[in-house]
Design a protein around this ligand. Structure first.
Ligand code: CDM
Ligand code: ATP
Length: 311
């Protein structure tokens, strides 16, 4: 069945955090094997895709972190649209507009989620009707975090992170994010981890059973003691001042404090939404970070927003 053509589609796509990130020794292709538990949180970028009457692909970026995002062919949203266009012989182009709320190079998969949003938007705009499994395949070519951003919720990531399977999680968790000035390069953080630990002693990556059972229980206190990020030491080595941010959150009563993915964003688990508000206020009043955000998780992955009702 054909879908009716649309002039424009907007897709909302979430940031991710890693509740557990176990990193093995580098593979021969340079990537590290992972056992990670992702969670999608309610901090979103919106990508609007609008039809063009030629085959060009363009991007504009607006919002909180727009100045930090490239608008040339290195933009992950452009790369996603181009890959889909090439792989499926699409003879149409697209204008992309990204409303950016997720910190750039912050360890929250902002670029990856824009790529995931673009795949969903172009799939609809160009009437490709690709199944989720086909989109997952294209997503994996774009980056290790992109397949998770398509599915969202809570999921296990294996391989280099691109092989995702859903994980059962009960209830809603309340997170606070301390967004640092400047970003950290993901390859630099992996390289720092390799520098810090003797490779012959590195165990294969493993998912923590305590983390999986904490998620099933829905208890924030159980989750707090099961959180883990093997990249944290490397991020702290590159940005030692993050240790003070983590400690400040704990001193204010956060159940747990952790570097988000490759950093430098720090995340804090609160007992409930009220404590999250209090913690966010304290962090915002400290001079320890550029910006503070609060968000719940888990939430779904990249989703088409309903079109606004025209009058
Ligand atoms: C840190 C995480 O965000 C945790 O989910 C991801 O592992 C990073 O995922 P990503 O940003 O999508 O990374 P990619 O774009 O696939 O790879 C960027 C670079 O990060 C390093 N990289 C990434 C993933 C991985 N499993 N091992 C790596 O060593 C490699 O140097 C790679 O060239
Ligand atoms: N659409 C995009 N949004 C943000 N950054 C982008 C985008 N496209 C390309 N980039 C480039 O990618 C780099 C990494 O940005 P991103 O925000 O994805 O990092 P990250 O959140 O640390 O990634 P991850 O958590 O997946 O490792 C940026 O420094 C920027 O130059």
């Amino acid at each position: 069945m054909r879908v009716p053509p649309l002039a424009s589609v907007t897709v909302r796509s979430p940031a991710k955090i890693n509740l557990g990130l176990s990193v093995g020794a580098p593979r021969s292709d340079g990537f590290h094997p992972l056992a990670t538990v992702y969670q999608a949180v309610a901090l979103y970028d919106d990508v609007t895709a609008t039809v063009r009457d030629d085959t060009d692909i363009t991007v504009e970026v607006v919002g909180d972190f727009a100045v930090d995002v490239p608008t040339d062919d290195s933009n992950l949203a452009i790369r996603a649209a181009k890959l889909l266009q090439t792989e499926y012989d699409v003879e149409e182009g697209v204008d992309l507009s990204i409303r950016k709320t997720i910190p750039v190079a912050g360890g929250m998969a902002g670029g990856s989620t824009d790529a995931a949003a673009t795949l969903v938007a172009c799939n609809r705009l160009w009437g490709l009707q690709l199944a989720q499994s086909e989109l997952q395949h294209v997503a994996a070519e774009l980056g290790s975090d992109v397949p998770f951003c398509l599915v969202g919720h809570t999921a296990l990531g294996r391989g280099r992170g691109e092989q995702v399977t859903e994980v059962m999680s009960r209830g809603t968790f309340h997170w606070v994010f301390a967004i640092a000035d400047g970003g950290l390069s993901t390859p630099a953080v992996y390289a720092e981890l390799d520098r810090l630990r003797p490779l012959r002693r590195v165990e294969p990556p493993e998912v923590s059973p305590a983390l999986l059972s904490a998620l099933l229980s829905g208890q924030p206190a159980a989750l707090a003691v099961a959180l883990n990020n093997d990249l944290q030491a490397a991020a702290l080595s590159l940005r030692p001042e993050l240790a003070a941010t983590l400690q400040f959150g704990l001193d204010q009563g956060a159940l747990a404090a952790l570097v988000s993915g490759s950093g430098p964003t720090c995340l804090f688990l609160a007992a409930d939404s009220r404590q999250a508000v209090d913690l966010a206020v304290e962090l915002a009043e400290s001079s320890l970070c550029r910006m503070v955000r609060q968000a719940e998780g888990p939430v779904p992955g990249a989703r088409i927003l309903p079109a606004p009702i025209s009058r």
